[in-house]
Write a protein that binds this ligand. Structure first.
Ligand SMILES: Nc1ncnc2c1ncn2[C@@H]1O[C@H](COP(=O)(O)OP(=O)(O)OP(=O)(O)O)[C@@H](O)[C@H]1O
Ligand SMILES: [Mg+2]
Length: 284
């Protein structure tokens, strides 16, 4: 079919750009922002999420959307399904049915827990899990390296960018003065902030925070309100909390969960005066 070798070369030249292009395409890892497409303005889409434990529905067709950069408070009586909702988002619990998307492209139900975390959904549990025997600085450094070889990193020198990031996070969480203190010596509130700082070291897009001010003093609670408010915008922040004074102080939009469903949603003052919400709280 081909005349001579010259003909073959010509053909190869025609195809070469395409070959290169596809090789480039395959070799290039898409960035996280390309994967987590938020062009629509929303970062989390939960629809009809149902989770049953032995026939009991902890979530019952829960539908909830979180806007990019918003600070959303989720409230509701004990057992409403708040923590279970976070478990679904982080891949810890798989729903019986429903859909959960992270941005427009990523199906959370098809990703593993570590994949979800490394794609930028950070979660803070109620009990701080800082390394007590390490300094505040080293806790942040370890968090930055969490998905690399953790313990080998303490012997390695940090580059300028990493040092800057640690300084920046120390500033955000208000622990600059404590940089060399052992995490074990921090107050309860400071440990909680350090843990938020450890999440920030991984540059999350979404922060899920379950009952951040439980056990805090009033002043610590106020500082936490300030911290979470600062983080919104750059991050999408979802906060579950029972402390209504705290919720009032930070809330823009509040979602009330009850029996695994959304009972009410809107600005704090509106939700607070909602007859259904009042009934659920008084009936507790
Ligand atoms: N692993 C599990 N096995 C069985 N039941 C569970 C499990 N996890 C949660 N539940 C039940 O599901 C319901 C919802 O629990 P969940 O922890 O999500 O509530 P919550 O809104 O976070 O409550 P709280 O405000 O007390 O933290 C509760 O009735 C709880 O007992
Ligand atoms: Mg809970």
């Amino acid at each position: 079919m081909f005349g001579g070798s010259g003909e073959k070369d010509k053909l190869a030249n025609v195809f070469q750009p395409f070959v290169n292009q596809s090789a480039n395409f395959l070799a290039r890892k898409p960035s996280r922002d390309e994967l987590v497409n938020t062009d629509s303005g929303y970062i989390l889409y939960l629809e009809d999420i149902t989770v049953s434990f032995d026939g009991f529905k902890a979530l019952d067709e829960l539908t909830l959307y979180i806007e990019t950069g918003e600070l959303r408070c989720i409230i509701g009586p004990n057992g409403a399904g708040k923590t279970t909702m976070m478990d679904v988002i982080t891949g810890k619990t798989r729903p019986d049915f429903g859909t959960a998307f992270y941005g427009q492209r990523l199906d959370l139900l098809r990703l593993t827990e570590p994949e979800i975390a490394s794609l930028g959904i950070g979660r803070k549990f109620q009990k701080p899990t800082v390394f007590d025997n390490h300094t505040v600085h080293d806790n942040l450094e370890l968090a930055m390296e969490a998905d690399k070889r953790v313990w080998a990193t303490l012997t390695r020198k940090l580059n300028a960018e990493e040092r800057d990031r640690i300084a920046e996070v120390l500033d955000i969480i208000g622990l600059k003065e404590e940089v060399s203190a052992l995490a074990g010596s921090l107050s309860h509130g400071q440990k909680q902030w350090l843990e938020i700082g450890m999440l920030l070291m991984q540059n999350p897009l979404v922060l899920l925070v379950d009952e951040p001010v439980a056990g805090m003093t009033k002043q610590e609670s106020e500082s936490t309100a300030e911290l979470l408010t600062t983080l919104a915008g750059d991050h999408s922040v979802v906060v579950v909390e029972h402390d209504m004074e705290f919720v009032r102080s930070i809330a823009r939009r509040v979602t009330v969960l009850h029996e695994g469903r959304v009972l009410a949603e809107g600005p704090f003052d509106e939700v607070q005066h909602d007859a259904k919400v009042i009934e659920v709280y008084l009936g507790e």
